[in-house]
Design a protein around this ligand. Structure first.
Ligand code: PLP
Length: 418
């Protein structure tokens, strides 16, 4: 048996696990092995407590009230923004807009930026490995505005062809929107290089960072990204909260997408003027608890250190790839080793339907995802209906990976004998 070369050093996974109450759950009489982190992550006690504290001690609407609770809620909400902005190294907090999640953030850009910057005959550049969230909003924009979608060629492991990319850029290219890490293949796209090339041609870039920000250092200034979208629930935070980062100059030039309370400066009967950033894009009562919970999640990640989290995940990913590779009949999608990839591992086991594998793993208490992972065009490109996907986070252990591998072997034997 191949050994895990990295072993478990930093961070201290056992003490991290103790912070996650759900990890003590039994599923089908086995301890839960949670490997569905690309779908959503579990929540540590400090995040759960931040939510409870808000609801139990200072629940109030923000920005409007003059009373003590409202002021406290406003301060906590804005502090969460500041800490999230610092986490991605945004130059200014008001470049961080709270949204419902990545999907909501990309739709905001496709509406608020797209409707006034894209016209018939223009082009938007994507890849074939995008999550539906970074495809469908651009298709909807195409139906409204008549632009063309073009796709950067990718090899079977999901690596984008930078030479072809550069050739695709032209006078009609309006924006490039690309995933930072594929939620199916785990491949990391060279966004810094893509952004450099796009900017040399005067074209802005949106980065779908739903799978990268939770797992690796993302510095929006270093990348020079124009927009970056990610979700709180994939980084230990609550559901229903996410981030759209946008450069101040671009956000300031955009009209709002959602009209209503909080996003205005002056309202007349027939016209209104808009608030500044970030309120302009946060119409209505926002997800106050969610933002506060996200702030606590950011603190938790910072306390462990994002680079330590990456190192731990890469160690487990390396081990998992080796172990899966050693199993006959397992086909791994995406890069075969840890160069250029994260801890999202999609695979197929012989001809067994991924749903059947997922169901059998569940009988051993192992939670993975089986399906098209909201990437139907990619499934077609891979010529499979679905894949099984195991995805790793900071609380997973080598032993859990070994259990996954053993359970896959048993599933295979079960179907071979059937
Ligand atoms: N983009 C990628 C790469 C994802 O993996 C996901 C979720 O799985 C999304 C976008 C959408 O995120 P959400 O459902 O939180 O809006």
């Amino acid at each position: 048996m191949t050994t895990n070369r990295y072993a478990e050093t930093a961070p201290d996974v056992e003490s991290i696990r103790a912070d996650f109450p759900i990890l003590r759950t039994q599923v089908n009489d086995s301890p839960l092995v949670y490997l569905d982190n690309a779908a959503t992550t579990q929540k540590p006690r400090p995040v759960i407590e931040a939510l409870t504290r808000y609801y139990e001690t200072y629940n109030a609407n923000i920005h409007r009230g003059l009373h003590t609770l409202s002021e406290q809620a406003t301060a906590e909400y804005e502090s969460a923004r500041d800490r999230t902005a610092a986490f991605i190294n945004a130059a200014q907090s008001h470049e961080v807009i709270f949204t419902k999640g990545t999907t909501d953030a990309i739709n905001l850009v496709a509406r608020a930026w797209g409707d006034s910057n894209v016209t018939s005959g223009d082009e938007i550049i994507l890849t074939e490995i995008e999550h539906h969230s970074n495809l469908v909003p651009w298709q909807m924009l195409a139906h409204r505005r008549g632009e063309q979608l073009r796709f950067i060629p990718t090899d079977p492991e999901g690596h984008v062809d930078l030479v072809e990319f550069e050739k695709m850029l032209g006078k009609r290219t309006r924006i490039v929107a690309i995933t930072h890490m594929s939620n199916v293949l785990g491949v990391i796209t060279p966004v810094a290089e893509l952004i450099r090339i796009a900017h040399a041609n005067g074209i802005p870039v949106l980065v779908d960072a739903a799978q990268s920000v939770p797992h690796m250092r993302v510095d929006v200034q270093e990348l020079d990204a124009d927009f970056v979208a990610f979700s709180g629930h994939k980084m230990l935070g609550p559901t229903g909260i996410g981030i759209l980062y946008g450069k101040e100059s671009i956000l300031n030039a955009m009209d709002p997408f959602i009209g209503g309370g909080s996003m205005i400066r002056v309202v007349e009967l027939h016209e209104s003027s808009w608030a500044g950033l970030p309120e302009r894009f946060e119409g209505g009562t926002p997800n106050i608890a969610g933002a506060i919970g996200l702030g606590a999640a950011v603190d938790y990640i910072n306390q462990i250190g994002i680079n330590n989290i990456t190192a731990h995940e890469m160690s487990l990913t390396d081990y998992a790839l080796q172990q899966l590779h050693d199993l006959d009949s397992v086909r791994i999608f995406g890069p075969p080793d840890t160069a250029n990839r994260g801890g999202v591992i999609s695979f197929a086991v012989g001809e067994i339907h991924p749903h059947d594998i997922g169901t059998l793993l569940d009988t051993d208490g192992i939670a993975v995802r089986a399906g098209h992972h909201c990437a139907q065009p990619l499934m077609r490109k891979l010529e499979v209906p679905a894949t099984v996907r195991a995805s790793i986070y900071l609380y997973n252990t080598t032993d859990e990976i070994a259990q996954l591998v053993a359970s896959i072997s048993r599933a295979k034997e079960f179907f071979d004998g059937a």
